[in-house]
Design a protein around this ligand. Structure first.
Ligand code: IDC
Length: 314
């Protein structure tokens, strides 16, 4: 890959992030691009929420952000049968390690099978009230208020949800970057571009792609939305298909990265785990939780390392 690798910006030198036009920027207005990895469900893989693991990603993999995916509806989910205090403690540990390491961190309210974020809106309100009051002074925390609305969830539904959640976060943390999901598993950024949320600064809208499923047409949706003035953040992507498994499409993956880099759009890969699926960066045989070596990585992990550092992982 012929990418020019530059050290990524970190919270201690960027100050408070802001969104200027479509561009995520530091406190002085310089463009900031965030690149990193998302956990799988924190409750399923709590072992990867450890400081040594995050430190390796920052120091050796050239990442500056970790996303903490907390499912709301699946098994062990926050709004199903999960232990809420335990789930919050995992998220808080993750934020603490990222903060100590001078990394950005996304607190991800990971709706998925629940489809419509309004389903659990009361829980979401209380959750974001607690998180935003806890992290009001943290310039490295981003709030992702609904991972992937889907099913029949419309942009109007999402706007109605956001209109309840954003003021709660803003009352505690007036400037933090808030990531808003878009319809159809965070793909319809065109709908957000046509009718963005007004009245607040520092909002970004998420687009998610899986390179073996989503190609030219979703890239064109992205480009049009950005050209229309929408700030977009790719808070989740995979280089396999949308099931999180199947063959990788490296060619499409590289086309995506070229486009994102050309627009300085931030991107976070799915997923940090050893689950037996091709989106996991670790082999299922890897039982380590930090200090990973090349032999611990599956194809997604090897691609990610090389893409971020410009050199193969030996
Ligand atoms: C998938 C995981 C899989 C898990 C499943 C839960 O990879 O191990 O069993 O969730 O239903 C998304 C979602 C993300 C999915 C991922 C792959 O945000 O939670 O993870 N994906 O299907 N959107 C598109 C793809």
């Amino acid at each position: 890959m012929s990418q020019i690798i530059t050290p990524l910006p970190v919270p201690s030198t960027c100050g408070a992030l802001q969104v200027i036009g479509t561009q995520l920027s530091d406190s002085e207005g310089n463009p900031v691009q965030l690149k990193g990895i998302s956990t799988l469900g924190v409750v399923w893989y709590p072992e990867y929420i450890n400081k040594e693991c995050f430190a390796q990603f920052k120091n050796e993999w050239n990442m500056n952000i970790i996303r903490l995916a907390m499912y709301t509806a699946e098994s062990g989910g926050y709004c199903t049968n999960g232990d809420r205090e335990y789930l919050k403690s995992l998220v808080k540990n993750g934020v603490e390690y990222a903060t100590e390491l001078d990394m950005y961190v996304i607190i991800d309210w990971h709706i998925l099978s629940d489809g419509n974020p309004n389903t659990c809106i009361e829980e979401a309100k209380a959750f974001f009230e607690e998180m935003s009051s806890t992290y009001a002074a943290h310039v490295n925390v981003l709030y992702e208020i609904c991972n992937e609305p889907n099913g029949g969830t419309t942009w109007a539904d999402i706007k109605a949800y956001a209109a309840e959640i954003i003021p709660i976060i803003r009352a505690n943390d007036p400037d933090a970057v808030i990531l808003v999901g878009t319809p159809n598993w965070s793909q319809y950024v065109d709908q957000a571009a046509a009718d963005p949320i007004t009245g607040y600064d520092n909002l970004m809208y998420t687009l998610h792609f899986y390179a073996a499923t989503h190609t030219d047409s979703l890239r064109s949706t992205l480009s049009s939305a950005v050209n229309a003035g929408l700030p977009v953040f790719v808070s989740e992507y995979g280089i396999c298909d949308a099931s999180g498994n199947g063959a990788l499409d490296i060619n499409q993956a590289n086309q995506w990265i070229t486009l994102l880099d050309s627009c300085q759009i931030s991107y976070v890969m799915w997923n940090l785990s050893n689950r037996d699926e091709s989106s996991a960066i670790l082999k299922s045989s890897c039982t380590k939780t930090s200090a990973f070596t090349a032999g611990d990585l599956n194809e997604s992990g090897l691609w990610l390392y090389e893409m971020l550092t410009g050199k193969p992982f030996f």
